[in-house]
Design a protein around this ligand. Sequence first.
Ligand code: TXA
Ligand code: MG
Length: 318
Amino acid sequence: MNLLSPTSENILYCAESLLTGNLVAFPTETVYGLGADATNELAVSKIYEVKGRPSDHPLIVHISSNSKLELWATNIPKYARDLASKFWPGPMTLILKRSNIAQDFITGGQNTVALRVPNHPVASDLLTSFEAMGGLGIAAPSANRFGAVSPTSGSDVLSELGEYITNKDMVLDGGKSSIGLESTIIDCTGKFPRILRPGAITREMANISEPISGQISTELNKIKYSGEFESHYSPNAKVLLNHMPQKNDGMIALKNIETPKGVYRLASPENLEEYANQLYSALRKADKLSLLRVVAITPNPTGIGVAICDRLRKAAAD
Ligand code: TXA
Ligand code: MG
């Protein structure tokens, strides 16, 4: 069985296992990550195999604390340091100029690296143990097949990747991820910070102004990031936004919106935080029920609602 409860013994075992080149999926507050030693090319190549992900797609390196920032990044602007001290550990990833530790197999050949200090006791313990044994960072994309819905529980990781991982690869079970959507990605390589992927750290919280249209440089078009593929976060069921649900459709909407007769209600969140938290498990439930269509009623795009609408739009894209 690959699913391990997060006892101190199991966490130590997983840290060692990572250092010997195996994969360990672990919980974070956003979604579960599929981890490998970020300095081991062979181990990192297993991530791409298991995910079925194009190998030039860069990965986020997870570190235990802000003090490890310099190890992986150089030329760090003051605003990036401020964001790190304000929001780490937390659901935010910073894109920075890479140091020579961040090799091409992590960055997709770009001269930048993505870094995050997660805020989850199991992830923190795993990172601290791994670093105490000499590890420098854990590369981890979301623990789903390429283009599919990110897992937000240990059992979701197993149902998503169980048939692709080996018996040496482990899944640390830390229960349900508290946020449920991937981290906010902020590009910190320019004069000003720029949000590449919305998440729980909102534009307002990070005090980042909207990009002025026409000023999005061609440089941004060269960056490989999650917005690059329009279709992402998709279940097998077809996702429709703001349609009238028909008989046998699944439905995701805030609680105050009624379910028409014959429609499967997959989630009835009371607020935006609950919506974020329930979205991916609701999409998974649709597939477990073999539903053909899911109708989602999008919430207001404020706060984490921006991230919910972003993921729903991509889940609905063909
Ligand atoms: O919440 C999260 O961020 C989760 C947890 C496990 O930390 N991780 C996650 O990883 O969502 P992933 O690989 O599914 O999404 C990371 C995104 C990818 O779309 C990738 O293209 C982008 O980050 N990325 C990574 N390195 C980058 C870089 N150097 N420049 C631009 N984008 C980068
Ligand atoms: Mg992902």
